[in-house]
Design a protein around this ligand. Sequence first.
Ligand code: ATP
Length: 770
Amino acid sequence: MPATPSDVVPDTELAREQEYVTDLYTRLDAAREHAARRMQQAITWPAVDPQALQERDATVRFHGERVVALDAAEAGLCVGRIDRADDGGALYIGRIGLPADDPGGDPALVDWRAPAARPFYVATPVHPLGIVRRRHIRTRGRTVVRLDDEVLTSGIAGSGLTGEAALLSALDASRTGRMTDIVRTIQAEQDRIIRSDAAGVLVVQGGPGTGKTAVALHRAAYLLYTHRERLARRGLLVVGPTPTFLRYIADVLPALGETGVLLAGLGQLRPGLDARGEESPEAAAVKGRLAMVDVLRAAVADRQVVPDAPVEVVVDGYPLRLRPVDVSRARTAARKADPLHNLARPVFVRRVVDTLTRRYVDRIGSGVQAGPDLLDREDVAALRSEVAQDPQVRSLLARLWPVLTPERLLTDLYADPARITAATPDWSDADRALLHRPRGSGWTPADVPLLEEAEELLGFDDSAQRARADRDRQRALRRAQETLDVLHGSRSVDLEDEHLEAEVLSAGDLLSAEDLADRHRELDLRTTAERAAADRTWTFGHVVVDEAQELSPMAWRLLVRRCPTRSMTVVGDVAQTGSLAGTDRWEEVLAPHVGSAWRLEELTVNYRTPAEVMAVAAEVLAATGTGLRPPRSVRTGGTPPAAEVTGESGLARRAAEVGADLAGAEGTTALVVPPSRRDAVVAALAELRPDVQSGPDADSSLGPVVLLPGEAKGLEFDSVVVVDPQGVLDEGVRGLNDLYVALTRATQRLTVLSPGALPSVLAGLASVAA
Ligand SMILES: Nc1ncnc2c1ncn2[C@@H]1O[C@H](COP(=O)(O)OP(=O)(O)OP(=O)(O)O)[C@@H](O)[C@H]1O
């Protein structure tokens, strides 16, 4: 039942709203055409100097983004209206703001993110905020198909839901396998979080289906709207746990007109790397510990070698000796000069080459009568250069202090038990063994923070890059000078074309070769998100982390480095943590980075899972011992959860039958299985549904999917079959959390299939188990 009785909306009202909405679409078309024209014009602007080029670029981008946003607003342009008390009139709320003809009056459409739109989401009969009626307007294409009214003058508290009728109809709809936006039906507790201040770390804790992901994405859109300039420059990063999850949420921000956000999984946080390798949860957990910072430091120091005994190199037939103390002194000087390994290396190299040159000079000097003094400065410089170029010397230097990339440092460390032992003095052998891995294994998501940390310790030697840029510029300058020479030379030619003459004269008289080189330099037309994605030193204006409970301490360290202002939105549920590296206490992971300077908001209403299903999951939650309360489901009724005991031999076949049956109905279907059951269930289901997919890339919009609990995290499906709940409990490193995740993925139907008796945490289902 709606919170307050909906008015029976007469047809005349529908016709009147249709008229208004049609006018809004006319305005949208006009705005789009205008923006497209301005973009077209800007593209053809003559770019006479670098500044004009930059302006042109910015204008093209601005109007281009506007066209995209206006396009995105087409579907469901207007979401509703609020009628203000005291005859303040109606204010229409939509996906985008559209001005009215009278610039002094209300806009024709208020952007849902504008402060004026707020009462649409939070006004209640008890706190009407000057609103007498809220109307949800539902459209199909450009046609108004339904109006839902709430009168807010009763003063009597209702269910606490905003626009209940519109909300329930949105929640009952079949899922498509892609998340959609919730602009029409954002709830008050969600709105408070979406509009919360951008500064500082905001943690949003909420049970399954409470809209954490939806809220996080709408908050991103809100922040981009409210702090457009800053965030357009610095960019906004949204981090999700897996590529599947990112694909699931990928449509939401573009549908809200925002395309400039960088979405990345934990394995994609190092530019140029897509780390999808697999490893044991224990290995990932060890790599996620903050202690790895010291391990990496030690691993780097271990590569700055002082030999145990003197070493000898032969330069031009002369044996030259380098004593351990020489190397040790060079190392001390280098470490003092720069704490970063690669940047300190030139100092080390210089010191060693100096020492060897001295020995060389002494050797040569001892062979002639006048001794070393016979050699003048030029001779010594020549000998020094000879030493520096010598292959033996170079290979010695590469051994004593190699140039290291993060990839090389980690590959060498993982592959060599002796190196691991040297870098982990206080570790147990069992933990050390978890780091060991043969060369050539692919990178895993847990390696990404380590590679990035290593980069911080090694320093990036960009001298080659700078030299290349310098050469490019010199070449451009030469070309520009030649162009100018030609232009000057052509002055004596009779110019008939006035325009050309003006250009030639201005080119010759006003431009220097440098200006002209700049003019020809390629412009960086990439979006902020694209530039950020390619630059590992990029720092973001805001970072949103979803399923944040899964992040390891090392992953937190990486993210905080990418967001020095600590303007972050962190959403998750510590009762759903599946990884060993993740957390069950927010304070634990945040303390090392922000102390206690973070604020907590909670979401308490479950929009996904019907109450009957949630009742089953609640017992599992209680058993986790987190003390968290299950969220309250807004939906009741529907199909009651079912359970079946299949016997061991019949499990896969029965899972296939039930899965195929459900997949034949409308909406999406997932079978959530423990790892040991995956192959058998996929094979059985494939006989009935050849379109079955499995694994991290499985896409439920294309057919039924078979997933492990971790792969199902954050996703939802109309029908869910949990196969072998005891197996889920036994095989997961946090089995209760995995089972809780699996049970709470269903929006409509839940079936549990067990080979034997149901586990005791599912006692609630025992009565229905056949
Ligand atoms: N205000 C709302 N209006 C309409 N639908 C909503 C609303 N809030 C949430 N939903 C829907 O409820 C479902 C669950 O939302 P979401 O996935 O964001 O929850 P979650 O808290 O992230 O869940 P989980 O912890 O399981 O990942 C989604 O289909 C989402 O679109």
